[in-house]
Write a protein that binds this ligand. Structure first.
Ligand code: HEC
Length: 92
C-alpha cells in the first residue's frame, strides 16, 4: 500500500515537471531534423513574419508538423514552439 502511494506521487511529480518546463534541447533537435527542408530560420526572423503571438506560434508549428504527417505529441509541439520562441520570436 505504501509503495503504491509512493509510486503514484512520483509519477505525478514527473508528469508535473514535464508540463512545466519544455525541453528546448529536444525542440532544437526536432527542428534540425524535420523542419529545415522547406525553410531555414530566416522565416522566423523576417520583418513580415506571419507569427505574431505565442499562441500563433503553437498554431503554426502544429500546422507545419501536420502538413509533414509527423503526428507529434503535444509535448513535442511544446518543446519546438518553446525553442523557436526562445531562439527567434521572443514573445513574453
Ligand atoms: C513542406 C515544407 C515545410 C516544412 C518541412 C516545414 N514548413 Fe514551416 N512553413 C512552410 C511554409 C510554406 C510556411 C509559410 C512561409 C511563408 O508564408 O512564406 C512556413 C512557415 C512556418 C512558420 C512561420 C514563419 C513566420 O512567418 O513567422 C513557422 C514557425 C514554421 N513554419 C515552423 C515549422 C516547423 C516547426 C517545422 C517542422 C515541424 C516546419 N515549419 C517545417 C512549409 C514547411
Amino acid at each position: 500500500m505504501k509503495m503504491t502511494i509512493l509510486t503514484a506521487s512520483l509519477i505525478s511529480l514527473f508528469a508535473g515537471a514535464n508540463t512545466m518546463a519544455a525541453d528546448v534541447q529536444r525542440g532544437h533537435e526536432l527542428v534540425s531534423t524535420h523542419c529545415v527542408n522547406c525553410h531555414g530560420s530566416e522565416v522566423y526572423t523576417r520583418p513580415d513574419r506571419r507569427v505574431t503571438s505565442l499562441p500563433g506560434l503553437y498554431k503554426q508549428v502544429r500546422f507545419c508538423e501536420q502538413n509533414l504527417g509527423l503526428t507529434w505529441f503535444d509535448e513535442d509541439i511544446d518543446n519546438t514552439a518553446t525553442y523557436l520562441n526562445q531562439e527567434y520570436y521572443k514573445f513574453e
